[in-house]
Design a protein around this ligand. Structure first.
Ligand code: HEM
Length: 444
């Protein structure tokens, strides 16, 4: 006979929701200390979640993917990305969509994007002025937005590019603090009274974005996509096993999904990487040595294979999860996870924070120590920055490539320092987590 999970937090569900919105990491840390590595929380209006920081239990979830509904559990994101996003799909539809979307993000296609990433970084970094502080998070957002616009949307100039760029930035900035993010979690704030409500303003921007994206799709179709290698063009020519193409609604929702999933996540992780590298002079020194050994003008794909640079990116992703947890997974029937018996319709959320700060896996977990990734291999449930199973991040290879090339390009050409040595905390930004204040640096 298996046990029912006894570890349920018993403060009010409102209080737990406030904690989850305002500081999900501290909330999880406290619950973990008190209740162990599997416990359940109750979020007012959103339901209860079993939070899991136990790698063995996470392994059980990843290997039994088909026993969970994940798209259904991602309902919070529907208001941002529309209902035709793969994040909201399950079963065959999800599998089909992933097959259609996967090729542009992997293999030789990535090599074609590498040069562009270096060029974009150089262009944006060239605007820094000696002695003038800048916010790294904002600069990295410019880089990652440009990468998505050029590589994914296939836009680098023209009137539509000029319109889409500021619109996307202001749409994303509408949820840039814990307070402003609340509207994503509290349905009663989702009132569309035009420009009088934040929700109305956000929805209006979203409608304008959709119109611009529709116009872009139509133009690409009229031009027959000849010789184009951006992700949107590849998505438009992709066919499933029945010869079916993606519909325009699918294309638009997937573009917003990729933008939302890939833009801030990569920018935020890069901001943390710059922060840690410049807090730890030995790390900076080792990176410089590794990069210098490559000689003049190395190939981007050679840079991407550097072991220490790779370890620095892995360690940044370990310490600074971009989400409070992986996508929630709802059990379709009663299930045994981690030695406990759960009913059908239980929602599980594996937590990268809890796993990545386990003393038994990562000694001295609060310390930024890239070498641990050179000394040990972690299993797919011990290291989960990009999730796992059938939901593993679609853009992980592009994200890692972008991180390495941006870091290498900046560190090889510029000498930067942090404006302040004060520790920086994580804070909520929309559905994600980001460094408070965005990490201020200065060019020396
Ligand atoms: C450092 C950057 C990034 C991090 C840390 C990250 C992390 C994640 C995580 C944790 C998930 C959920 C996986 C799960 O629950 O098992 C996910 C899903 C996803 N990510 Fe990323 N991501 C990053 C960058 C990107 C980029 C650059 C793109 C696209 C260009 C992207 C596209 C997606 C998509 C489409 C999904 C949904 C997959 C599905 O539902 O099947 N991500 N990502």
């Amino acid at each position: 006979m298996l046990n029912q999970l006894p570890n349920c937090i018993n403060s009010s569900s409102w209080w737990q929701l406030i904690k989850w919105i305002s500081d999900p990491i501290e909330f999880q840390k406290k619950c973990n200390q008190k209740y162990g590595d599997i416990f359940s929380i109750q979020l007012s209006g959103l339901g209860s979640y079993v939070i899991i920081g136990n790698p063995k239990a996470i392994q059980e979830i990843f290997t039994q993917d088909s026993k969970f509904d994940i798209g259904r559990a991602n309902k919070l994101a529907r208001v941002l990305i529309g209902s035709n996003s793969l994040m909201l799909m399950d079963g065959y539809r999800h599998q089909r969509e992933r097959k259609l979307l996967m090729p542009p993000f992997h293999g030789e296609k990535l090599q074609a994007y590498a040069e562009k990433i270096c060029l974009i970084t150089k262009q944006i970094a060239s605007q820094w002025q000696i002695g003038e502080p800048f916010v790294v998070q904002s600069t990295m957002q410019k880089v990652s937005l440009e990468v998505i616009l050029q590589i994914v949307f296939g836009l680098s100039e023209g009137e539509r590019y000029q319109q889409i760029k500021p619109l996307l930035t202001s749409w994303l900035n509408m949820t840039d603090s814990p307070l402003r993010s609340s509207m994503l979690f509290l349905p009663f704030l989702q009132q569309d009274f035009g420009k009088w409500t934040p929700w109305g303003r956000m929805k209006s921007k979203q409608r304008s974005l959709n119109q611009l994206l529709q116009a872009e799709i139509e133009e690409k179709r009229a031009m027959n996509n000849q010789g184009k290698f951006d992700v949107l063009s590849l998505m438009m020519t992709a066919r499933d096993e029945n010869g079916q193409a993606m519909t325009d609604d699918e294309l638009k929702d997937e573009l917003l999904t990729i933008l939302l999933a890939g833009h801030e996540t990569t920018a935020t992780t890069l901001a943390w990487a710059f922060y840690e590298i410049h807090q730890n002079s030995d790390v900076l020194k080792q990176l410089h040595e590794e990069l210098n050994n490559l000689g003049e003008n190395p190939q981007p794909m050679t840079i991407a294979q550097l072991p220490y640079l790779t370890a620095v990116c892995q360690e940044t992703l370990r310490m600074y999860p971009v989400l409070s947890g992986l996508f929630p997974r709802i059990s379709k029937s009663a299930i045994n996870i981690g030695g406990y018996e759960f009913d059908a319709n239980t929602t599980f959320m594996p937590s990268m924070y809890l796993v990545h700060y386990r003393e038994d896996l990562y000694s001295n977990p609060e310390k930024f120590n890239p070498k641990r990734f050179l000394e040990r291999q972690y299993s797919p449930s011990e290291y989960i920055p990009f999730g796992g199973g059938s939901r593993r991040c679609l853009g992980y290879a592009l994200a890692l490539l972008e991180m390495k090339l941006v870091l290498a390009t900046v560190l090889s050409n510029y000498q930067l320092s942090l404006v302040s040595n004060k520790p920086i905390r994580m804070q909520r930004r929309g559905l994600a987590l980001a460094p408070k204040g965005g990490v201020k640096m200065v060019l020396n």
